[in-house]
Ligand binder design. Structure first.
Ligand SMILES: NC(=O)c1ccc[n+]([C@@H]2O[C@H](COP(=O)([O-])OP(=O)(O)OC[C@H]3O[C@@H](n4cnc5c(N)ncnc54)[C@H](OP(=O)(O)O)[C@@H]3O)[C@@H](O)[C@H]2O)c1
Length: 285
């Protein structure tokens, strides 16, 4: 099976390159080749590909910065994703696209199901919602995989931020009223390959959720990072309102991941186990 991935050096893209299953050959398309700021480039490139599936791991992910540059976020996460779907529809190539818990407004306490109404709080969230909607409008075999709180040994993420801050400070105040599932990029990559293969063998198109288990708060996530990396850092719980950021974030990011398991046999990974692997890779264990 031949799969093209958009994204090359991002967290998920890196793991897709590292974890390519036996029997799959991969074509990687970085932003130096196709720039998602230009949607027409994306359409032309995707139409030219002779592949069995496309996985889109490219995105504008600077959540706070997006508040200042909505046009850019919408071009990369919205219009270009729509052009990717148009190309896949034209060539009949299944599309696996990664989206986010930030399409939800974070109300309530129940895990969000894939069919729940979206209502993003931020420019980033609404740009990702736009991408989802533009895929859904096309006659294209697809899976939209919403995930949350991505971490890995590379790129920018909460784990690496905590390790850096933990080396500088003895105490940190961390938000404790946002709840979600930290998700290892490695597990997202495995899920993407399973879904791409599943779609090619007739599994159902649609929106699916995929997040690490168990759900936790950022503060408890930080505590586990410091416990496993043997750093002595006092973590104090604070509320979102005490840590203002340009972009609003959902309080409830719990994702109901059941349908992904039922349709593709992909289970939620225990993020604490994956955290250990990431810390080993970074030399902390
Ligand atoms: N990070 C999170 O916590 C989080 C949470 C929920 C959902 N997600 C979603 O998960 C997916 C993967 O995220 P990630 O954490 O792997 O992101 P990341 O580490 O920030 O990587 C972003 C990727 O997007 C590509 N990219 C950015 N701007 C581009 C442009 N103008 N043209 C072409 N490519 C461009 C980069 O390409 P190069 O490799 O060429 O630099 C890179 O591969 C995204 O869809 C994101 O929305 C992430």
């Amino acid at each position: 099976m031949k799969i093209a991935i958009f994204g090359s050096s991002g967290q998920v893209a890196t793991e897709l390159r590292r974890r390519t299953p036996v029997g799959v050959s991969l074509i990687t398309v970085g932003r130096d080749t196709v720039d998602f700021r230009n949607p027409e480039e994306v359409f032309a490139a995707a139409c030219d590909m002779d592949v069995d599936a496309i996985i889109n791991a490219a995105a504008y992910t600077a959540v706070d910065k997006a508040e200042e540059e909505p046009e850019l976020a919408n071009a990369v996460n919205g219009a270009s994703v729509g052009e990717l779907a148009r190309a896949c529809s034209k060539t009949s190539v299944p599309l696996v696209h990664i989206s986010t818990d930030y399409v939800f407004d974070g109300s309530g306490q129940s895990p969000w199901t894939p069919s729940d109404e979206t209502n993003p709080l931020s420019v980033y969230g609404s740009s990702k919602q736009m991408g989802e909607q533009l895929i859904a409008e096309r006659e294209v075999t697809h899976a939209i995989l919403r995930t949350s709180w991505v971490f890995s040994a590379h790129g920018n993420n909460f784990v690496k931020t905590m390790l850096r801050l933990g080396a500088e400070r003895e105490a940190l105040s961390i938000v404790a009223d946002q709840i979600g599932g930290p998700t290892p990029a490695a597990a997202i990559a495995d899920a993407c390959f399973a879904v791409a293969q599943g779609l090619s063998s007739g599994r159902s198109s649609g929106i699916y959720h995929f997040a690490g288990s168990p759900d936790t708060s950022w503060a408890d996530f930080a505590r586990e990072i410091f416990r496993q990396s043997r750093q002595t850092v006092q973590v104090t719980d604070i509320e979102t309102k005490d840590y203002p950021t340009p972009a609003r974030r959902p309080l409830n990011s719990r994702l109901d991941c059941e349908s992904l398991n039922t349709e593709f046999g992909v289970e939620r990974p225990d993020w604490r186990v994956s955290l250990s692997a990431v810390l080993k890779e970074l030399g902390y264990q």
